[in-house]
Design a protein around this ligand. Structure first.
Ligand code: PRP
Length: 187
């Protein structure tokens, strides 16, 4: 377990919110739940770029259920730190998802607006089922109720980075999730 102050933690990180080990244990637990629920079926994982990349890669490898993988990239109009719910598709799925069991893989649900739009979009394509697995959720930031079957961690409404999550495209490569010092994004 690495601590703030270790050379592996950038000085802009105020505290470690979820260690690499805690994430890995939770990913294994989520995978076991998904495996139990989807026994005998195949899953189409739909990862939402870019934040979900690390979670998708680890979850896919932890699952025993056969999966295929698709990615979608969307951009929410609004400021860099809050979404508006008006979503633009930057990269669409490469294949049709009709009759597939779709599991949308998200790194974080903040306001819920992106996911709400995405679920409507997925359902309009005629899949056999659509569920969501999100590594993190911020209950205090919710602006809309979204049904999420699998949640890794409920976290406080604070600016976290790492394990796929960025600030200005940095910190996605950190193996843990940490709290960014406010002075980094308020200056
Ligand atoms: C993040 C995250 C979700 C969305 C959640 O993506 O990956 O898709 O924001 O916010 P919401 O619940 O308020 O809609 P972002 O737009 O930052 O893109 P990125 O994954 O490429 O960093």
């Amino acid at each position: 377990m690495i601590d703030v102050g270790s050379p592996d933690v950038p000085p802009e990180i105020e505290s470690v919110v979820m260690s690499e080990q805690a994430i890995s244990e939770r990913v294994r637990e989520l995978a076991a739940q998904v495996d139990a629920d989807y026994a005998g079926r195949e899953i189409l994982l739909v990862g939402v770029l870019k934040g979900a990349v690390m979670f998708m890669a680890d979850l896919a490898r932890a699952l025993r259920t056969p999966v295929s993988m698709e990615f979608m990239a969307v951009s929410s109009y609004g400021s860099s730190t809050s979404s508006s719910g008006v979503v633009r598709i930057l990269k669409d799925l490469d294949r049709e998802i009709a009759d597939k069991h779709v599991l949308v893989v998200e790194d974080i649900i903040d306001s819920g607006l992106t996911l709400s739009w995405l679920l409507r979009n997925m359902r309009s394509r005629g899949p056999a089922s659509v569920e969501v697995v999100a590594l993190m959720r911020k209950p205090d930031a919710a602006k809309i109720e979204v049904p999420v079957k699998y949640v890794g961690f409920d976290i406080a409404n604070e600016f976290v980075v790492g394990y796929g999550l960025d600030y200005a495209e940095r910190y996605r490569d950190l193996p843990f999730v940490g709290l960014l010092r406010p002075e980094v994004y308020t200056v």
